[in-house]
Design a protein around this ligand. Structure first.
Ligand code: SAM
Length: 277
């Protein structure tokens, strides 16, 4: 595996657009670890977000049944078409990934794996929409900003633990593949990166009666970081007696802070509140 990212960029005189999070991979060891970490097999349908000049795409095409890449920058489309023309298992969609209807796109495909060196500004909205939707993603192997990766993987009582940790861990097992330094890209980003793999669970980690309420309670608990869970729940407008009873029923001390609760405890608390409403 040997990348020729720089040659392709020079050959076409491609101009990088900073606001599109364009930092292209030039490090073969990172490419190798992403492809190995994603465990792409020849029955897999792979979605890649932001193929750039096709560096990662080419490696995925060698392993997958099909690669469907979604790229917003129209200047990259002719480059990708030319550079990847020998692969008949490749398709590109020139669109903003946040506007793609994955339900429609994936209706006949299974299993689907997402592999991407993501443009960092779409990380949180794309993860949230892909996990919450009823799509058939089996796993997401993504390069993201290191701090975001740490938040995703964080456990209770850790400073990085928050709504994003709970959202991702509700739907997935989380594994870190490797860290990546700015020198693995052109141009160099200002932040460190990390490759993580999220494996979608067959069913969510905890059984909750009302998902919307569960996530609302989580968000409120972390919005009030320095206050107690009690204040978080109060901010949602629940009656004092309901809050008191819910703590009692779920066996949670009412002086605790949100960041100390496990996902199971958040589930129990949300279910107790639901029962009392
Ligand atoms: N995969 C390439 C690589 O590893 O070298 C490029 C990765 S670069 C970090 C992110 C890519 O996402 C760029 O090609 C950028 O144009 C594209 N992109 C940015 N915003 C996008 C969006 N909203 N939808 C789809 N692609 C987007």
């Amino acid at each position: 595996m040997e990348n020729n990212t720089k040659d392709i960029v020079n050959k076409y005189g491609f101009k990088f657009t900073k606001s599109l999070g364009q930092n292209f991979l030039i490090d073969d060891s990172v490419l190798r670890d992403i492809v190995a970490g994603a465990e792409v097999a020849n029955e897999d349908f792979v979605i890649e977000i932001g193929p750039g000049v096709g560096t990662l795409t080419k490696e995925l095409l060698k392993k997958a049944k099909k690669v469907l890449a979604i790229e917003l920058d129209s200047d990259l489309i002719p480059i990708l078409q030319e550079e990847l023309k020998e692969y008949d298992n490749f398709e590109i969609i020139n669109k903003d990934v946040l506007k793609v209807d994955f339900e429609e796109l994936l209706k006949d495909e299974d299993p689907v794996k997402l592999v991407a060196n993501l443009p960092y500004y779409v990380t949180t909205p794309i993860i949230a929409s892909l996990l919450k939707g009823k799509y058939k993603f089996k796993s997401l192997t993504i390069m993201i900003q290191k701090e975001v990766g740490e938040r995703i993987a964080a456990e209770p009582n850790n400073k990085d633990y928050g709504s994003l940790s709970l959202l991702v861990q509700y739907y997935c097992d989380v594994r870190t593949i490797r860290k990546v330094s700015p020198s693995s890209f052109i141009p160099k980003p200002k932040v460190d990166s990390i490759v993580v793999r999220l494996d979608k669970l067959d069913k969510p980690r905890v059984e909750v009666k009302d998902e919307e309420l569960f996530f609302k309670i989580i968000r409120a608990s972390f919005n009030m970081r320095r206050k107690t869970l009690w204040n978080g729940l109060k901010s949602l407008g629940f009656d004092k007696n309901i809050i008191e009873k819910a703590f009692e029923n779920s066996n949670i001390d009412n002086k605790r802070r949100g960041e100390t609760l496990s996902i199971e405890e958040f589930g129990n608390l949300a279910n107790s509140i639901k029962d009392l409403l």
